[in-house]
Design a protein around this ligand. Structure first.
Ligand SMILES: [Zn+2]
Length: 303
């Protein structure tokens, strides 16, 4: 009996130690995959660690944001000015962007879509989302020609529409209608969710568009962790009310070094610092990159 008991005791002990070893292995591989590997490996290659990458690319005075989903699919929000298109193409090549599932062109101003025709003709792009703005600019004509030539699908963004690219979900919030007078206010405003982590992109939408957005939505829809400042950080956007509804932890100003507009404006920088919102800016920091595990964003130094 005693022997039997011991044997059982031993096998129980063995079972426990095997379990402990397996748990330890699981814990070690989790820590390695999530915390150690990304730092050693940098993010030169496609993400395979379950994290989303967000690249606010330095294209001079303009916007271009690349989102890489956890399985290496791509969303490009704006494509910078024509003057930045070589930098943009080099950046996309460096990160091995061979296809784009969704390209969002916030509005038809050159500093947002000037590089789009080059991207479209160089990288296979499935769908291009445009705002309902009257597309009368030369840059927009070039985009339409490139879409015609490449066969990408084109769609007008409508509030309420949702695009799920590999678990990264784009919610279109605005504009509800075109503003013929001010193309900035025609900017597509969208919230991009990955798990519980949220970002808001508002193109160059100005105060009036922010007021309309606040009238249509509340904290539930506008709460976010990261905000790409409206209109390159201009005081004509980024109102206190908007910031207080979104309560972001981080803000990014996409603007050129020594730009003639003085973006991001001191008024906006003051509003951010009063609220403890950390500001990153492409004119000073170069391309700004975050990794996101579905809960929070982590800034990664790449340059
Ligand atoms: Zn702009």
């Amino acid at each position: 009996m005693a022997k039997k008991k011991n044997r059982r005791g031993n096998s129980l002990k063995n079972g426990f130690s095997k379990l402990a070893v397996s748990l330890l292995l699981v814990a070690v591989s989790y820590i390695f995959a999530n915390y150690i590997y990304p730092h050693f490996s940098g993010i030169e290659t496609i993400s395979e660690d379950g994290r989303m990458q967000v690249h606010f690319i330095d294209v001079g005075q303009g916007d271009a944001t690349l989102i890489v989903t956890p399985n290496g699919k791509h969303i490009l929000i704006d494509a910078g000015p024509g003057s930045g298109e070589l930098d943009l193409m080099a950046y996309l090549k460096r990160y091995e962007v061979k296809s784009i599932e969704l390209m969002i062109l916030s509005h038809p101003h050159e500093d947002h879509i000037g590089g789009a025709d080059r991207v479209l003709t160089s990288i296979k792009t499935e769908k291009v989302l445009v705002s309902p703005a009257p597309g009368t600019t030369d840059s927009f004509e070039k985009v339409l020609d490139a879409i015609d030539a490449t066969g990408s699908a084109i769609e007008v963004a409508i509030p309420g529409a949702i695009y799920d690219i590999d678990g990264v979900v784009v919610h279109i919030l605005a504009p509800a209608a075109a503003d013929e007078e001010n193309l900035n206010n025609d900017s597509i405003i969208c919230r991009v969710d990955y798990g519980k982590a949220k970002m808001i992109f508002s193109g160059d939408a100005e105060k009036e568009a922010e007021v309309a957005l606040l009238a249509a939505y509340g904290t539930k829809e506008l709460d976010c962790d990261l905000f790409k400042l409206g209109h390159h950080g201009s005081y004509t956007s980024n109102t206190a009310e908007f910031l207080d509804t979104m309560t972001p932890k981080y803000a990014v100003a996409c603007c050129g070094e020594g730009n003639e507009y003085g973006h991001p404006h001191s008024e906006v920088r003051k509003l951010l610092s009063e609220r403890g919102i950390q500001l990153w800016r492409t004119d000073k920091d170069g391309s700004v990159v975050f990794l996101c595990n579905g809960l929070e964003f982590e800034y990664i130094k790449t340059e």
